[in-house]
Design a protein around this ligand. Sequence first.
Ligand code: ZN
Length: 228
Amino acid sequence: MRRLINGILNLIYPERARCSLCKDELISWEIQLGICHQCLNEMNFFAGKGLKKLPELFEQHIDLVGSAVLYTGLIKELIYRLKYYGERQLIYPMVELMVRQYYIIFKEEKWDGLIPVPLHESRLHERGYNQALLLAVGLSFYLKIPCFDWVERVKETHPQNQLTLDQRRKNLEGAFRLKKGIEIKGGRWLIIDDIFTTGNTTNEIAKILKEAGAEKVGVYTLASGRMM
Ligand SMILES: [Zn+2]
């Protein structure tokens, strides 16, 4: 009887009743998060924001950086599945993690808007969605900060991780621009992305925002390859 009821419940709530990672059945508060307490316990959460000067950047335009978790193990798997296996529903636990950590990391900061890192049109066509935009829209809903998809990627870039620091810089030169008719003129903006590694990509966007008059530019990502 219990198995029958569980079976029916799984049919009604297939995505929410099981952990996105280990597929274990979820209990009460875990259901909203979509991740069980064992998996959550394996994640390395960050408590601060930091990095006034990023060592890899030649000229830094980012004022502060925050990430929810360290880019290892389980979170690596989640991001991979979201980006390459089309598992769009994984955005739900990711946004939850980012919202929870946001209040710890950015508690004194006020932002005028969230700006997702854009994908090039050909990549967007291939994947079907921009994971950074999905994260930003989810965050916008919970944090009550408007989301502005104002930046576009006009140059297709090579994967950054296969390049030297100098090649990375050249690779990104002129890769982004503000969409037609967008004027910034001051304000405090938070760039949203899934992973933070060297900061070259988000720094290039921060540069464009600053050139357009932004007063302050921060970056917030789900995961980071370095401790913060
Ligand atoms: Zn789990």
